[in-house]
Design a protein around this ligand. Structure first.
Ligand SMILES: Nc1nc2c(ncn2[C@@H]2O[C@H](COP(=O)(O)OP(=O)(O)OP(=O)(O)O)[C@@H](O)[C@H]2O)c(=O)[nH]1
Ligand SMILES: [Mg+2]
Length: 361
C-alpha cells in the first residue's frame, strides 16, 4: 500500500459512511457504536481537471485517474490510550497511516445515538486528540527511558529530540507543531507519533444545504479555520456515490449544496499526504499517477513497471502549458519544449512524462 489516510473519530459519527462515499465502497454502517471493528480499506479516484484537459488534447481511448488510499478505523472512546474499547489496537492502526481525516458529528438526528449524549464537535475533537496525545506521551517516555541510558552521540541527539516531543505534549501541543531537523525526525521516527500526523477535520453536517448556518460547523471553522474543515453530508454523499458523476451535481444542488464536498475532501486528502500527480500517455492510454513530492524519476518509472525502472535511460518531460500551445509531439520537439531529464530528476506536479528504457520503446 502507498501513502494512506485514516478516518478517525468517535464511534457512530459516520466514518464508514464517509468511506463508502469517498471510495464507492460497501463497508457496513449501522446505528450503534463499534459497528466497525476490523478496519475497512478503500481507494478513492482523484477528480482531476488536468486529466480532463489532457483528455481533450490527446483524445486517448482510456483515461485513468490517480487514486488515494483511505482506511476506515474503528472509533475511539475515552480511555482508549489505556486500552478502553480495544483502544490500543485501534491506535496502532492509526499509527500505520500517514494522515488523519478526523470526522466529527455535526448532524442532528435523535434516532442516531451519540456516545457522549449529544453532538459537541469541539469537545469530541478534544476527547480524541487527548487520547492520541496520551498514547504519544507514553511512547515518548518509554523511548526517553531507553535513550537516556545511551551515551553515543546519536543517543544524545535522539534524547534531545525526544525531549522536544515530551515538552510539546506536556504543554498540550501536538507533535506536528514541533520542528525537527531531518536527522532528528529519522532518529526518533517522528511519523510514528499519532499527533505528528497531518490532520483534516471533516464535519458530518445534516442532510440539507443549510450547513453554513449550522452552529456546530461554525464552531469548528472558528477554531480551526474554514480551510481546514471540510463539511460533508455523509449519508447523502453515500447515496450520491451510486449515481453517475454527471448527475451528482444536480442531485446535491437540489438539496441546497453549493459546493462539491467530496471533491474537496479527496483533494484535501491528496494534499495532506504530500502527494503530487504526473501523467503518462502510451498505447492510447492516458493515466494520472500519484506520487510523494520529491520522488526521483527512476522511482516514478518503477511505479509504472519494474522493467522501466531497471532499464531506465531518461525521462522526457512536457508541461501542460506547452502542450496546449503545440498539441503534437514533433512540434514540441522542434520548439525545444521536450525536456530531457535523468534518473535523479524530481518529478514535478503536472509533469507529462515519457520514460525511455532499454527493452522498451
Ligand atoms: N441522519 C444522518 N445519519 C447519518 C449520517 N451519517 C451517518 N449517519 C448514520 O449514523 C450511523 C453510524 O454511521 P457509521 O458510518 O456506521 O458510523 P461509524 O463512525 O463508522 O461508526 P463505528 O464504526 O461504530 O465507529 C448509521 O446509522 C448512519 O446511517 C448523516 O449525515 N445523517
Ligand atoms: Mg464504522
Amino acid at each position: 500500500m502507498g501513502l494512506a489516510a485514516g478516518i478517525v473519530g468517535l464511534p457512530n459519527v459516520g466514518k464508514s459512511t464517509i468511506l463508502n462515499a469517498l471510495c464507492r465502497a460497501k463497508a457496513e454502517t449501522a446505528n450503534y457504536p463499534f459497528c466497525t471493528i476490523e478496519k475497512n480499506i478503500g481507494t478513492a479516484s482523484v477528480p482531476d481537471k488536468i486529466l480532463l484537459e489532457l483528455q481533450d488534447l490527446l483524445k486517448p481511448q482510456e483515461a485513468i485517474p490517480a487514486t488515494v488510499e483511505i482506511v476506515d478505523i474503528a472509533g475511539l472512546v475515552p480511555g482508549a490510550s489505556q486500552g478502553a474499547g480495544l483502544g490500543n489496537r485501534f491506535l496502532s492502526e492509526i499509527r500505520e497511516v500517514d494522515a488523519m481525516l478526523h470526522v466529527v458529528r455535526c448532524f442532528e438526528d435523535e434516532n442516531v445515538s451519540h456516545i457522549q449524549g449529544e453532538a459537541n464537535p469541539l469537545a469530541d475533537i478534544d476527547l480524541i486528540n487527548t487520547e492520541l496525545a496520551l498514547s504519544d506521551l507514553e511512547r515518548v517516555q518509554k523511548a526517553l527511558e531507553r535513550c537516556q541510558r545511551a551515551f553515543s552521540p546519536q543517543g544524545k541527539k535522539a534524547t534531545q529530540a525526544l525531549e522536544k516531543i515530551d515538552a510539546a505534549l506536556a504543554q498540550g501541543e501536538a507533535v506536528r507543531t514541533v520542528s525537527f531537523t531531518p536527522e532528528e525526525a529519522e532518529l526518533v521516527q517522528v511519523h510514528s507519533y499519532l499527533t505528528a500526523k497531518p490532520v483534516l477535520y471533516v464535519a458530518n453536517v445534516g442532510d440539507d444545504g443549510s450547513y453554513l448556518e449550522n452552529p456546530l460547523y461554525q464552531d469548528l471553522c472558528h477554531r480551526f479555520g474554514a480551510e481546514d474543515v471540510v463539511p460533508i453530508s455523509a449519508k447523502l454523499e453515500e447515496e450520491c456515490a451510486q449515481l453517475a458523476p454527471e448527475d451528482r451535481g444536480e442531485f446535491l444542488a437540489e438539496l441546497g449544496f453549493s459546493q462539491d464536498s467530496l471533491t474537496r475532501l479527496i483533494e484535501g486528502t491528496f494534499r495532506l499526504l504530500g502527494l503530487i500527480r504526473f501523467y503518462t500517455f502510451a498505447n492510447n492510454k492516458l493515466r494520472a499517477w500519484e506520487l510523494p513530492q520529491g520522488t526521483a524519476a527512476i522511482t516514478a518509472a518503477g511505479k509504472i513497471h519494474t522493467d522501466m525502472q531497471q532499464g531506465f535511460i531518461r525521462a522526457e518531460i512536457i508541461r501542460l502549458e506547452d502542450l496546449k500551445k503545440h498539441p503534437s509531439l514533433p512540434e514540441l520537439r522542434r520548439q525545444g519544449l521536450v525536456r530531457i531529464e535523468g534518473k535523479d530528476y524530481q518529478i514535478q506536479d503536472q509533469d507529462l512524462v515519457h520514460f525511455l528504457f532499454s527493452g522498451g520503446r
